[in-house]
Design a protein around this ligand. Structure first.
Ligand code: PHE
Length: 455
């Protein structure tokens, strides 16, 4: 027996719990808010095909790499790298992950807070009989308000913190198992409603009929960035969750299931939004305001629209919540294991610190909108920093770590559960991780830094 007291590590309790938690992390605002508008702005069907290729070729292998690092390391993102590569600087990837968690949660919780405001507005039926102009005006005046969005953001952070403070099994797993099926049911109800609108077919055509004339290098860049963000890759959320996956679970199968669930839900969100958008002759390229202005307009025109909008915004809030939980957990696991705090203390310190940054992000739409970096307000700076730099860079280092640093034997041992699983795909996986993924991610990273500096 080893000396000293080993800190007891919690693990997820069931297969469904693992998938619900990891899919809960992946399925979020990225699927329901970002995916439809990015698809809309990038030409619809063609973007979708490229997106799916990115998920299969890069997303699944990177996800499997993250699970592998986490389960083998049995620590938070920093501790796992430190343990697998003692006396080497790989732990820096872990520090980057913790930084990325701060950055993502700061801007993400701002938008997540908006969903709460829109839940309340749906309850009050306040979209009824409003013109697009009125809806857009009331959205714009809401987000520049120095008070309301901040309060909602803090409420959202509090909900996140309460779940994380509950621990891996009694907090994260428990709520994911409850919330993810609810999310699916809500999404199906809305998809059926949207598809039954007159003219819905045009929306499906836009989504599924590819028009490759709209594809450019930028499209591929966006698809890949979106895949990374949507699958929660590149910052250690799935390394942290991987460390809670039991030794007998099949990591590859889990990565495939989670990626399929995430992609399916993004598609389903598109099936809710585009048929409705086309049925009401609205431009699908509205951008970030698509779900906060365009959708309320549609809801205001259909019978029982306020009930459907209530369902939609609860769905959005639920999707966001299981994601913010996974981001906060990265920091909490790090604080509690490396700085030896209790989980509750770590949760309080992490959420308060992140909230401070988050409030600044919220206020950058209004009172702080004059402070810009490279022409971007603080919110956009955080989004850009996370989606275009930290996540791809983290992803790149993660695949290099698995492909070139860890030994083939170690990686195979972890993925095959010490030889109990066949893992016939292993040579292909390794080929992608060693050669294809690093090159593809590096190209995208350079390209997006370049694009960013131009923008
Ligand atoms: N995947 C989440 C979404 O699509 C966002 C996220 C990114 C969560 C990175 C964790 C880590 O909304």
């Amino acid at each position: 027996m080893s000396t000293g007291i080993k800190p007891k590590r919690e693990h997820f309790g069931s297969k469904f719990g693992i998938i619900a938690a990891a899919a809960g992390s992946a399925v979020g605002l990225g699927n329901v808010w970002k995916f439809p508008y990015v698809t809309g702005q990038n030409g619809g069907g063609a973007f979708l095909i490229i997106y799916v290729i990115c998920v299969i070729l890069l997303g699944i292998p990177v996800m499997l790499s993250e699970f592998t690092i986490g389960r083998r390391g049995q620590r938070n993102v920093f501790g796992s790298f430190k343990r697998l590569a003692p006396n080497r600087p790989w732990y820096i990837v872990g520090i980057m992950g913790v930084v990325a968690a701060f950055v993502i949660l700061a801007f993400y919780s701002a938008v997540a807070g908006w969903t709460l405001e829109y839940i309340v507005r749906s309850v009050h039926n306040s979209f009824n009989m409003q013109s697009t102009q009125q809806l857009s005006l009331s959205f714009d005046s809401f987000i520049v308000n120095p008070f309301r969005p901040v309060v909602w953001q803090l409420v959202f952070m509090l909900l996140t913190a309460l779940i994380v403070a509950g621990g891996v099994k009694n907090g994260i797993e428990r709520y994911s198992k409850l919330l993810m099926p609810l999310l699916l049911v809500f999404l199906v109800i809305l998809a059926v409603r949207s598809l039954s609108l007159d003219g819905a077919l045009k929306g499906l055509e836009f989504m599924f009929a590819p028009d490759f004339s709209k594809v450019s290098a930028k499209t591929v860049l966006f698809a890949m960035g979106q895949a990374f963000f949507s699958l929660s890759l590149g910052m250690g959320a799935l390394i942290t969750y991987g460390s809670y996956i039991g030794k007998n679970e099949n990591l590859a199968k889990t990565a495939v299931s989670v990626s399929i669930a995430d992609t399916f839900i993004a598609l389903l969100a598109g099936v809710v939004i585009f048929p409705a958008v086309f049925a009401f002759n609205i431009e699908p390229t509205a951008g970030p305001s698509l779900v906060f202005i365009t959708l309320p307009e549609i809801f205001s025109h259909i019978p029982f629209g306020n009930i459907f909008s209530l369902i939609f915004f609860i769905l959005l809030a639920v999707a966001a919540l299981t994601s913010t939980v996974s981001v906060l957990e990265v920091v909490v696991a790090y604080f509690s294991e490396e700085l030896r705090m209790t989980r509750v203390k770590a949760t309080i310190i992490a959420s308060v610190a992140i909230s401070v940054l988050g409030v600044l992000a919220s206020l950058s739409f209004g009172v702080l909108s004059g402070y810009k970096v490279g022409g971007k307000i603080f919110f956009d700076v955080l989004d850009f920093l996370a989606s275009n730099i930290l996540l791809p860079l983290g992803g790149l280092l993660i695949v290099v770590f698995i492909g070139w640093y860890l030994s083939r034997k170690d990686v195979l041992e972890e993925i095959s559960n010490s030889g109990t699983l066949k893992a016939k795909f292993f040579p292909y996986f390794l080929f992608i991780i060693k050669y294809i993924a690093p090159v593809a991610i590096a190209v995208i990273l350079i390209y997006s830094i370049f694009f960013g500096s131009l923008g």
